[in-house]
Design a protein around this ligand. Structure first.
Ligand code: PLP
Length: 484
């Protein structure tokens, strides 16, 4: 029994879904950013038994509207500033529809010829956009965490002194990896999963600007080598998760070259800013990296998921991941066929490339670059508003498009009371979420509770940020009154 619709009905239901999408964007400013009720309420929406019989598409669509759209967090809102969440561009919407309809599997060339070459093209475009080698190999995967894992797996393979793939780590000296204290948690997880041991991930102290202290790094590498350990990799962060600090990549490249280390750059968030005039100079030296992680689903406005691995010497990816069982050999010797499965851990892979390719084609690199530039200007504008006010205090520098700050009340006697301000700002973060006009999260900067506002959202304007600061002020004042 076919599961398909007849062509007219297919057209009808796609149009109905399209109407919902259009309605969603038309009404985006009328929705709260955080729409969900209590967890039990959401859970209740999805606690029915397995449906034995199917229903009409219209009924299902209306359920999607009520149960999903009306409770979803509006990451697409101009007032969403949490984590590193891009707004998702609209060019990608039809691209995703077509990609799903085609159901390509990017594991091997003969299963997805144009998809394979498009992905390679997209990888070259991303590399070019950020000034990296056009010869680099790489691919699109779920996100920065997995991409960091892949790059560190390559580093381990290439820099270890034994055959890790066959022998495991047993015969190796302890391998060490270096990253600043501001490194993303996915690096700790990767080191764990690669069997290297988290304590062999050396967290190097940072300077006042929260970038890696190069002298401390050099000292640690020498100390480890003298102790008989095997330093294999140093990681530069091109846009830290907390504050967007960019490590001195040129200096890191030099250290890696002196000590024969793999030079990996985690540019998951910040990478695209390498293409801008305002921040491009911070990324000098990134082109020397052996591998780079960049997330198109962050600051290139691609909808989730889209992370990207770039490895300067493509052969290193193949050396790490190629394994050819009989059942996958069918056409393997045909010349010119590029089989992604030889370069990846994953076998079945989504046609992620189409939405990125369509985005580049529709807007051109120029408009993407200008939009990133606008985000940088927007966050600098917000930082100025904070600096000019008496009741806010900025807690971090603003190298890219994130600012950390706290509400410190209009009452000067409270300005130095860190314990009070920590409590106030912690409560304020929850209050902002509950209120729903904006979505902001928090972090700790030098042990102090901070609000963290990110702008990698092409829908945000300076006017939104004017309102944001007033909303936070209003709620901050309410929380202060409740606490005093
Ligand atoms: C610097 C950095 N690296 C890696 C990641 C992980 O990226 P993803 O959430 O796509 O797995 C993040 C996430 O914010 C990040 O900020």
């Amino acid at each position: 029994m076919s599961l398909d619709f007849d062509p007219e009905r297919l057209r009808e239901i796609i149009y109905k879904a399209a109407d919902i999408v259009v309605g969603l964007y038309k009404g985006i400013n009328d929705r709260k950013v955080f729409q969900a009720g209590a967890p039990e309420e959401i859970k209740k929406l999805f606690s029915e038994s397995l449906p034995e019989k199917g229903r009409d598409f219209e009924e299902v669509l209306s359920e999607i509207g009520e149960k999903v759209i009306d409770t979803a967090t509006m990451n697409i809102s101009p007032r969403f500033h949490a984590y590193y969440t891009g707004g998702g561009n609209q060019a990608a919407i039809p691209a995703e529809l077509i990609s799903v309809a085609l159901n390509q599997n990017a594991l091997k060339w003969h299963c997805s010829p144009s998809c394979t070459e498009m992905e390679r093209q997209v990888v070259r475009w991303i590399a070019e956009f950020i000034g990296y080698s056009q010869e680099a190999g790489g691919y699109i995967l779920s996100g920065g965490s997995v991409a960091n894992f892949v790059c560190l797996a390559v580093a381990r393979k290439i820099k270890s002194s034994i055959n890790v793939a066959d022998d495991g780590l047993y015969a190796s000296p302890v391998m060490t990896i270096y990253v600043s204290e501001e490194g993303h948690s996915s690096i700790d997880k990767a080191v764990d999963m690669l069997g290297l041991g988290r304590k062999n991930l050396r967290k190097i102290p940072v300077k006042d600007d929260l970038t890696i202290n190069i002298n401390a790094l050099k000292d640690q590498i020498i100390k480890d080598s003298e102790a008989g350990l095997l330093p294999i990799c140093a990681i530069g962060i091109a846009g830290t998760t907390n504050t967007g600090a960019v490590d001195p990549l040129e200096e890191l490249a030099k250290v890696c070259s002196q000590h024969n280390l793999w030079f990996h750059v985690d540019a998951a968030y910040g990478g695209p800013a390498a293409a801008t005039e305002s921040a491009g100079n911070l990324f000098r030296g990134m082109e020397k990296a052996d591998s780079i992680v960049i997330d198109p689903h962050k600051w290139m406005y691609i909808p989730f998921e889209a992370g990207c691995v770039l490895v300067k010497n493509e052969k290193h990816l193949r050396d790490t991941f190629s394994l050819l069982p009989d059942y996958l050999r069918a056409d393997i010797d045909k010349s010119g066929r590029y089989n992604y499965m030889e370069y990846t851990f994953e076998l079945t892979r989504n046609f992620h490339a189409l939405k990125i390719w369509t985005t580049f084609k529709l807007y051109g690199a120029g408009r993407i670059r200008e939009t990133i530039e606008e985000d940088i200007q927007n966050i600098r504008y917000l930082a100025d508003l904070i600096d000019e006010s008496d009741d806010f205090e900025r807690l971090s520098q603003v190298p890219l498009s994130v600012v950390c700050f706290r509400y410190r009340t209009g009452d000067e006697t409270k300005h130095e009371d860190d314990v009070f301000l920590d409590e106030l700002n912690q409560k304020l973060i929850a209050r902002i979420e509950e209120d729903g006009r904006f979505f902001v999260t928090g972090t700790k900067i030098k042990s102090r509770t901070a609000l963290r506002v990110v702008c990698i959202n092409h829908r945000t304007t300076k006017k939104d940020l004017d309102i944001l600061i007033n909303v936070i002020r209003e709620m901050g004042n309410d929380v202060k009154n409740e606490l005093t």
